[in-house]
Design a protein around this ligand. Structure first.
Ligand SMILES: Nc1nc2c(c(=O)[nH]1)N[C@H]1C(S)=C(S)[C@@H](COP(=O)(O)OP(=O)(O)OC[C@H]3O[C@@H](n4cnc5c(N)ncnc54)[C@H](O)[C@@H]3O)O[C@H]1N2
Ligand code: MOO
Length: 575
């Protein structure tokens, strides 16, 4: 966990009789090669102190242990026993994460999100809820104030009955628990194919630290995110200006029109005295002595005598009326986009503190792929043209990533190692993510001591992707070589990678109304398909014609991420 997060303690509930699992020791059951208890402990690895409540079992030495009294008397008694152990260790002053050890997809990212929400909302407790809105009370972060009720509770009370007023629920992916043998099977099958795209994004967001903040000329911040708020150097407007073509007037009317018209951008006209008016253009500074501006539509000019037809109308845009000097105009975490650059100019802010842009290098790979095939000569038998780097480059560019072509990698470990160690914020490799004889990316990652963050996701196509972090901090995204797979992987994960690297504030997904989406869903996998508006507010998706080419994307304006039938989540627009 490299992102700073608040200090917290944790209570892991590892008792319970697992009646529906025929009394098996549920926390000792393994999913994806880890015991459920270890999955829970990994999720709270960032805690100051951890108490495991339950029967004796093999645990890391630094973990405190406790047992509820009497044994098997339920989660409230178990949480109370955990609290007593924390109290005895003098740990009473920070939030406590309480989680069950039957959550096969629990991650440090989920815990970080709960703590972040607790901190942001100032609520007494934050709990996870699944995509269907069902609360998961045994994955929550509690303030010490909220835990007072648990300490005082009757044994046998439900956790739910002890929820503090103002408790918040946060939709978090991957919070299903394991109660039955079927749940365990399901969890094991899911673990074998990796996390779903939403969980993979959460892993990436919580594991990748932001790039360092830099100061840049405000006009040259395309692809960057504010690392400090944009504050006005000057008020806006900077002077009292007429907002309309009309007259500047001094004192009460009627007025006598003087021949001193005030054009925008000029300030060389004489001052007005009470009873005088002068023509003024939109955007011109009010002349000295004028009180206000009036649009000509609401005046009558009779000879040189001016009267108003409305009462007291003021068409002056007053200095500082949009913002005063020093005003916060955009918070850190927002894109330094064209609107931010425009406001920075208006507020006379010449430099911005930002992160980014993300600098990526894109490589193709595979000895059968011919990267430079622009000539007319026939390709040798057994080789094909690179058809993936073009659309991947375009998507990276749309996501604000500055991309350079890194060239083609021969199918040797050394070629991959050289590519992985050359400097970049992000290295994207198309192909070689598999376990085949010609796939050397994994061997190169292992040789360079990379940390594998994501190894395959539940996505079709594109699920064979990899995300890793090199010891240098460079992020590696390995994409399935088929062009549609490479595009799908890019569209699903690159925004999460750039969010993390740029410290971008989380944004809600853009949801699509997809016609007949059920037919296009798979039972457990998420899909990426090309989509096009139907002209009546909804979108239609086109099922693939294989992933080896992009023919199904022709004539489509976007790509959509379509959840599996098992999921209540909505269809997200990706590009
Ligand atoms: N035993 C298994 N084999 C494969 C599986 C599997 O689950 N079990 N999954 C298949 C799928 S789906 C994909 S996608 C690929 C992913 O593997 P790699 O990332 O190692 O990709 P490659 O083997 O290098 O290439 C796959 C395919 O794409 C063609 N390709 C590669 N680069 C380009 C390019 N720049 N332009 C056009 N086409 C490209 C390449 O020739 C291969 O045909 O693994 C499958 N195998
Ligand atoms: O997942 Mo492959 O990534 O379907 O073409």
């Amino acid at each position: 966990m490299t992102v700073t997060q608040p200090v917290f303690d944790a209570i892991v509930l590892a008792g319970g009789r697992a009646r529906r699992l025929a009394g098996a020791d549920k926390p000792a059951a393994s999913v994806g090669g880890r015991r459920l208890i270890d999955i829970a402990l990994d999720a709270v690895a960032g805690a100051r102190s951890v108490v495991v409540v339950g029967p004796d079992r093999r645990l890391p030495a630094q973990v405190l242990t406790a047992r509820e009294e009497p044994p098997y008397s339920g989660p409230v008694a178990a949480i109370a026993a955990g609290l007593a152990a924390l109290d005895a260790a003098g740990r009473t002053d920070v939030p406590v994460v309480v989680l069950a050890s039957d959550l096969p997809e629990a991650t440090a990212g989920q815990v970080a999100e709960l703590l972040r929400a607790l901190d942001e909302d100032g609520s007494p407790a934050v709990f996870a809820s699944d995509e269907g809105g069902h609360a998961q009370y045994l994955l929550g972060a509690w303030t010490s104030r909220a835990l007072a009720a648990v300490r005082a509770a009757a044994p046998g009370a439900s956790v739910r009955s002890l929820l503090p007023a103002g408790a918040v629920f946060r939709a978090i992916a991957g919070t299903a628990d394991v109660d039955t043998p079927a749940d365990l099977d399901h969890a094991r099958r899911r673990a074998a194919v990796g996390p779903d795209p939403i969980a993979a994004r959460a892993i990436v967001r919580s594991a990748l630290p932001p790039l360092p903040a830099v100061v840049k000329a405000a006009d040259h911040t395309a692809g960057t995110v504010l690392a400090a708020p944009l504050r006005a150097a000057e008020p806006f407007p900077p002077f009292d200006a007429s907002a309309m073509d009309g007259f500047a007037v001094a004192g009460p009317g009627p007025w006598r029109l003087v021949d001193a018209p005030r054009a925008a951008g000029h300030t060389d006209t004489a001052a007005l005295t009470d009873g005088q008016a002068a023509r003024i253009a939109t955007g011109a500074a009010l002349p000295t002595g004028a009180d206000r501006a009036l649009r000509h539509e609401e005046t009558v000019l009779d000879g040189d005598r001016l009267t108003e037809t409305s009462t007291g109308r003021d068409d002056t845009r007053r200095a500082g009326s949009a913002w005063p000097a020093g005003a916060a105009l955009a918070p850190a975490g927002y894109d330094a986009d064209a609107a931010v650059r425009s406001v920075a100019r208006a507020a006379r802010v010449l430099e911005l503190t930002v992160r980014g842009p993300v600098r990526a290098r894109l490589h193709t790979s595979g000895d059968e792929v011919v990267a430079d095939c622009s000539g007319a000569q026939p390709l040798p038998y057994g080789t094909i043209a690179d058809a993936a780097s073009g659309p991947v480059t375009a998507l990276l560019h749309d996501t604000g990533v500055e991309t350079t072509a890194g060239g083609h990698l021969a199918d040797t470990v050394d070629a991959f190692r050289a590519a992985l160690t050359a400097p970049a914020d992000l290295i994207v490799v198309i192909g070689a993510t598999g376990h085949g004889v010609a796939d050397h990316l994994r061997a190169a990652l292992a040789a360079e001591d990379a940390e594998l963050l994501v190894d395959g996701i539940r996505l079709r196509p594109g699920g064979s992707l990899l995300v890793a972090r090199m010891p240098s901090g460079t992020v590696l995204l390995g994409l399935g070589g088929n062009p549609l797979a490479a595009v799908a992987g890019t569209a699903v994960l690159v925004p999460a990678i750039t969010d993390a690297l740029l410290g971008r504030a989380p944004r809600p997904p853009e949801l699509l109304d997809l016609t007949a989406s059920d037919e296009l869903r798979m039972p457990t996998r998420w899909r990426v398909l090309p989509v096009e508006p139907d002209g009546a507010g909804a979108w239609v998706a086109t099922a693939g014609r294989g992933t080896g080419h992009l023919a199904s994307a022709i004539g489509h304006r976007g790509l959509a991420l379509i959840p599996p039938t098992e999921s209540a989540a909505g269809v997200q627009r990706l590009s």
